[in-house]
Design a protein around this ligand. Structure first.
Ligand SMILES: [Zn+2]
Length: 305
């Protein structure tokens, strides 16, 4: 039933289908999609409600059929959205056009997913049970952290950063598309991943023990263990660190350099200032729990480990 509901939602809101074969050269291919994963957690994140985003406002598109009764509360949905709208200026998130409330079932924090193949429009999904995990919105600050992390995905994976259509990719090649040479993620990859990527790509993305071992081996390179998942998660974690950490790091560890890398972009510094202007308290850098991520047809899903 849940699967049917999700299929309905999926068919209703988008017809997007990634054609992995179009990525061509997969030298830097990040996590191949396994078609046998249709029954994974990625397909069970229950759909509670879907909203269209218009600036700082949201308008309901439809209700989902899943989730507990208390989750079908438009006031709570509005609170969840208002916090994101307050956190992230509308001008900084032109690509995020839909907001989905999901039942994370104690496992999922949120996800981002392109609405269309050209990567111009994205859905941000946030788990209502995780948002209200301590009874109050953002009670454990994980909600704000997740929003910053998911925002960083869209910031680094949108159509201005990646080309989803090329068949000949000579830069970092992700599930969503081929990174432009001067894109944030390609520069991040060239600076921090090229020397270890061949080792990393041999790791089964579902083998969390192997990812943990990879992190342990290179822990001075990553701001969190979750960042070792892949370059896309690494840049999202590093961006969240950059936003939440009070001072620019001055250490020589590669993890510090990844955060310093963010300061190379004046638009990121301005964005950081705006993100930090929110009236609520930001989480302490690195204090958040450790989610794990599943990818399914371009969807980046954050799960509790
Ligand atoms: Zn992520």
């Amino acid at each position: 039933m849940k699967k049917k509901n999700l299929l309905f939602v999926t068919m209703t809101i988008f017809t997007f289908c990634l054609t992995i074969s179009s990525c061509g050269d997969d030298r830097f291919y990040d996590e191949p999609i396994n078609d046998n994963t249709s029954n994974t957690q990625a397909n069970q994140n229950d759909f509670v409600a879907l909203y269209e985003i218009l600036g700082d406002q949201i308008i309901k598109i439809n209700d989902g059929f899943d989730g507990k009764n208390w989750m079908h509360d438009d006031v709570k949905h509005q609170e969840m959205w208002d916090l994101i709208a307050q956190l992230i200026d509308a001008g900084d998130r032109p690509w995020i056009t839909q907001f989905m409330v999901i039942d994370g079932q104690g496992e999922l924090y949120g996800f981002v997913e392109p609405l269309n193949e050209d990567l111009t429009q994205w859905t941000m999904g946030m788990a209502i049970d995780m948002a209200y995990v301590n009874g109050t919105l953002n009670g454990d600050k994980e909600y704000v952290y997740t929003a910053i992390h998911e925002f960083a995905h869209v910031l680094s994976l949108n159509h201005e950063q990646l080309n989803p259509n090329t068949t000949n990719c000579n830069t970092y090649n992700l599930e969503e598309g081929c990174a432009h040479g001067n894109s944030y993620i390609n520069q991040f990859f060239d600076n921090f991943w090229k020397d270890i990527f061949n080792e990393h790509r041999n790791i089964d993305p579902d083998d969390y023990d192997a990812i943990d071992a990879f992190y342990e081996k290179y822990d001075d390179r990553f701001v969190t263990d979750y960042a070792a998942t892949n370059p896309a998660e690494d840049i999202a974690e590093s961006f969240a660190y950059f936003v939440t950490k009070e001072e620019k790091p001055n250490g020589n560890a590669i993890a510090d350099k990844k955060v310093s890398f963010m300061y190379d972009f004046p638009e990121f510094i301005d964005m950081r200032d705006r993100l930090r202007q929110s009236t609520f308290t930001l989480p302490m850098a690195g204090a958040w729990k450790r989610p794990k991520c599943k990818h399914k047809k371009g969807k980046r899903i954050e799960m509790i480990k």
